[in-house]
Design a protein around this ligand. Structure first.
Ligand SMILES: [Zn+2]
Length: 344
């Protein structure tokens, strides 16, 4: 009997970090949430407001951060840190035009400020302006005074941009390479999925369950019904196991960003190239912004069905999770799953 040649392939979703030092530095404990927002301010409060705004940014509360930084700017219109913070808050909220305005304001106040440049470059990445992002990262690398963490951050970012470009035309009708793609066989439908959450993440158990089901529904509908699924209670009888896993500190980065999710797939090369099994893992931390979950899950489920990465940041299969973290498929995502499952 011929041995099956089994292939295992692992695909990653990463989340951009705003500061390279966060990965390079030793893991730190989560920042305690600020308890008090002071209602009236004078000049001496600006420093306090900025500290508070940064804490809100760290804890994923970008709307509160925005309010605090806006107040700081009212009191001190030329404060670089306040404009930078407001730009970051706007960026997190997916308000790209407003964020760009704030980063530009920073460059007027301090033309060589690398933090503002990083913000601007990330904005360009999120909006598909890759050539502009490359220019900004190169500009950072030419800084007269360049911190080691900034140099590392800019270099990874350039590698990440090379990777995006390697994924092909961002404007084609779909992003599936039909000669290379793997998928589930017609006879495997409905695929059996099981859904599991780390007991330590109990509060998200139902949220994750619903998110997984909604994700499969979206891909099923986009496939024209060719993909179908059923939830089974046991992992051992499932084709696709979906897990919400507590992120282990120290294994956060993969060189291109923070690990947000991972999908492993196995298929038989000697047969029809059809999948044997797939395992989806979404990595989570307590203080993470819950709106990101749907985007992460929808992306990983896309991999579990056979989709690779897209070079267009508007697609859920873009390799980098980014604001505004929508949990919906784009037209190209829908075209791609359709093309994959309508093909022979
Ligand atoms: Zn991915």
């Amino acid at each position: 009997m011929e041995m099956a040649r089994l292939n295992i392939f692992i695909v990653l979703l990463v989340a951009l970090i705003s500061n390279a030092a966060a990965v390079l530095a030793e893991p730190t404990l989560p920042t305690p949430r600020p308890v008090l927002v002071v209602q009236t301010f004078n000049k001496s409060d600006v420093g306090q407001l900025i500290t508070q705004g940064k804490q809100f940014l760290k804890s994923g509360e970008h709307i509160k951060a925005q309010e605090v930084f806006e107040r700081a700017i009212e009191t001190s219109p030329d404060n670089l840190a306040a404009h930078l913070g407001l730009g970051r808050a706007m960026l997190e909220g997916g308000r790209f035009a407003k964020a760009e305005g704030q980063f530009l304001a920073c460059t007027f106040i301090s033309p060589r400020d690398n933090d503002a440049r990083f913000g601007m470059a990330e904005l360009y990445e999120h909006t598909g302006r890759f050539a502009d992002a490359v220019l900004v990262y190169k500009q950072i690398l030419k800084s007269r005074i360049l911190e080691a963490s900034d140099e590392a951050h800019a270099n990874w970012s350039l590698r990440r941009l090379e990777y995006y470009r390697s994924l092909g035309d961002a404007n084609s009708a779909h992003y599936v390479d039909l000669s290379e793609a793997h998928k589930w066989k017609k006879t495997a439908m409905p695929v059996r999925i099981s859904i599991w959450s780390d007991p330590e993440l109990k509060s998200l158990k139902d949220v994750f369950y619903k998110s997984v089901v909604r994700s499969f529904e979206q891909w099923r509908d986009a496939s024209g019904g060719k993909v179908n699924f059923v939830v089974v209670p046991e992992q051992r009888s499932a084709d696709i196991v979906c897990k919400l896993v507590r992120l282990v500190r120290g294994t956060r980065g993969n060189g291109l960003g923070l690990k947000a999710g991972e999908t492993a797939q196995q298929w038989d090369e000697t047969g029809s190239d059809a999948f044997k099994w797939s395992r989806v893992e979404v990595f989570w931390e307590d203080h993470k912004d819950a709106r990101k979950l749907d985007a992460y899950v929808l992306h990983e489920v896309g991999h579990s069905l056979g989709l690779g990465h897209s070079s267009n940041p508007h697609d859920i299969m873009f390799p980098m999770a980014h604001p505004p973290y929508t949990g919906f498929l784009s037209e190209r995502d829908r075209n791609s799953i359709h093309a994959l499952y309508q093909s022979k």
